[in-house]
Ligand binder design. Sequence first.
Ligand code: DGL
Length: 291
Amino acid sequence: MSAYKNLCRRSGKDPKKSVPTKTPGLSERNRPIGIFDSGLGGLTVFKAVRRLLPGENIIYFGDTARVPYGTKSKEAVIAFSKEIAEFLSERGVKLLVIACNTASSLALEEVRGITRVPVIGVIEPGARAALGATSNGRILVTGTTATITSGAYRKLIKKLDPGAFIFEKACPLFVPLVEEGWCGKKITELVAEEYLAPLRKSGFDTVILGCTHYPLLKKMIARALGGRIKIVDSGPATASEVRAELRARGLLNPARRGRERYIASDAPDKFKALALRLLNLRVENVKVKRF
Ligand code: DGL
């Protein structure tokens, strides 16, 4: 058993959770969760949060005017992320989820530095989920160029389990293909083959979908890798972390059914149409906020 699995087993729980201080009132528990991404991809995390926490009010922000983030500089991604975090903070969110691996890799600490509420990124939940899934300690991390170049997953996984062996592959064309709505097209299949087929014999048993757009290409990615591989999508793990954080702070919303609000920085109709087509998500009333 890996050092990481051993540590979790010995302590019986995740070692890093915080403790409650006082019980917040209903108005505080009613405040929304803010979730943001460069575009549609973060909706995969949104869906996981919604599934696990049906009573929560949620504001989702897709930065559709500036997608993709994965080809931008660190400075640009930090600036965009801080702008969105400030915007969502002004809307009274009680917790912020950076539902974007690129922004979580490059801007998590900067966003935490300017917000008063807990900020959860997707890298740590994804890394922990991959370590929990792998049997041979060999893990492939896929992601945008910025995420892979940052080495965020590799560094964190090696910290949690120094014995793990990490392979990394940037797949920069996946995000524009998803944002174009081309998830099922032949050309997307060919791109997936081109990126991933050469890695088939590397001996990893687990792949991290290190971009929140990639769950929309899950089947294609699995096929390109030759099947029989554990696929880690950080969405459900991130949702569990959101629940644990809210519970620890006494901030879980007791309502039966929460409300959703969607905001995009451009092209709200395209956002709405693709959310329905690709995620089977009925996204009503998308507001526009331009920076
Ligand atoms: N979905 C995002 C991620 O998880 C952003 C991709 C992009 O905008 O390039 O990295």
